[in-house]
Design a protein around this ligand. Sequence first.
Ligand code: DGY
Length: 325
Amino acid sequence: MTRSKVFVTRTIPAAGLDLIRAACDVDLWPDELPPPRAALIERVRGVDGLLCLLTDPVDAAVMDAAGPGLRVISNHAVGFDNIDVAAATARGIPVGNTPGILTDATADFAFALLMAAARRVAEGDRFVRAGRWRTWGPELLLGPDVHGATLGLIGFGRIGQAVARRAAGFEMRILYFDPTAPAADPALRAEAVNLETLLREADFVSLHVPLTPQTRGLLNRETLALMKPGAILINTARGPVVDPAALAEALREGRLFAAALDVTDPEPIPPDSPLLTLDNCLIVPHIASASIATRRKMSLMAAQNLIAGLQGEPLPHCVNPEAYR
Ligand code: DGY
């Protein structure tokens, strides 16, 4: 029996890669950086399946280069804004993602960023390493309290709610804005409000929405201006949800106390980005889900989606079930 041919666009944790290798003939892109577009187009020709990352734009041209044999696209991420899902659906190709398993790791990290931005952890570390720590100072590196503050969650799906559970331990008042969220668990004691109320009242605003045409640029010059003076913005969702120029302006002018970004627009952040010049902007390289166990589970789930698609079975986690109709 001939084995399916798949292209895997980067080395993923062994748990998932071994599963794929046991079932398929694998062409693996070995570099640390993603395949450039021309290479992606070249390497997908004639494959039955594609396992890609959030760094790989997979559009109609990529699908057409693969040809009519392409039976499944499996994204090694919960977000799938890198894939033209409508184009996949039109071609009857199911697209898989990795929901659920990275919820807690991402919520842990959003809270780590929130704490670090408020209590100036990265700045403190830079201060010490620069040899500037001369004495204990009554007004050295002061920041706002986290406990008892108001947290505004934009997006109240799995990850937003997991952040709310952590915030409850810090006795925070929790507001959320999410027109699509089902009724919240009353145990969370979270209050649904409109976007303007959330921005005006929250001391911390944390983003947990997917990137869609509706959320692109949601935090822009106008909406950032509604934020409470001295508030802190945390983004572990997708970079383009925030306008970087408007954010830099709000941080430079001291209207916001700080921002903590796991994601930027674009990624990686350009070396000349004004955000990199600001001490009150903490930036890390899209690592919110990067716990060892979580990345292992993501690789397994992505592999299971890929193999199910190749075998003509429904994907365990499919973002476009309408592709089967
Ligand atoms: C995702 O999965 O969408 C995250 O951004 C990376 O883990």
